[in-house]
Write a protein that binds this ligand. Structure first.
Ligand SMILES: Cc1cc2nc3c(=O)[nH]c(=O)nc-3n(C[C@H](O)[C@H](O)[C@H](O)COP(=O)(O)O)c2cc1C
Length: 159
């Protein structure tokens, strides 16, 4: 695995910073990495081995505006463009004080990738703004777990 697309959805900048730091870290580890905050990347998914979605939830369970179109394209095409060659993982930023919509945007991304035939590396990983004081550190740790799991799978495939 070498090419990673990181797409982020952010309102006030936290998910954006986390995504930028993840990209910096992966690039230093020689992954071919692209960062995007736009919906235009949908058609490019099959070019990547791995898609990482880093998104907060806003409103009452809504997607940040910048990533809403990306979700809609995934949802509308989930039965047409199958994404079986690309694995994915979702890092969801939220706040448990939003009891009924906690990390809803991240959960919906996780579900729609599965519905599109893509294979999750890990369960949707949630960062609670009430608990986690260092979202960048936690995000990088998550990215390391994802990459370790993928590398592990590859070495098992080779054996
Ligand atoms: C107006 C507003 C609405 C929010 N709604 C939700 C929500 O429905 N569910 C949730 O889990 N978090 C919610 N949050 C918390 C944010 O997702 C959380 O603070 C996140 O870290 C913000 O990341 P960002 O700066 O990248 O947007 C909300 C925050 C704000 C300010």
């Amino acid at each position: 695995m070498s090419s990673v697309l990181v797409v982020y959805g952010s309102v006030s900048g936290t998910a954006a910073i986390v995504a930028e730091e993840i990209v910096r870290e992966l690039t230093e580890k020689d992954f071919q990495t692209e960062l995007s905050d736009s919906s235009d990347v949908y058609t490019k998914i099959p070019n990547y081995d791995l898609v990482l979605v880093v998104t907060s939830t806003t409103g009452t369970g809504n997607f940040p505006d910048n990533i809403d179109g990306f979700y809609q394209e995934l949802f509308q095409n989930k039965n047409n463009q199958r994404l079986t060659e690309t694995q994915f993982s979702v890092l969801a930023l939220g706040d448990t004080s939003f009891t009924t919509t906690y990390c809803r945007a991240g959960e919906l991304f996780h579900d729609v990738f599965i519905q599109s035939g893509s294979d999750p590396i890990l369960e949707c990983f949630k960062l609670d703004a009430c608990e986690v004081m260092d979202p960048v550190g936690a995000g990088i740790e998550w990215a390391h777990s994802v990459v370790a799991k993928v590398s592990n799978q590859l070495s098992q495939d080779v054996v």
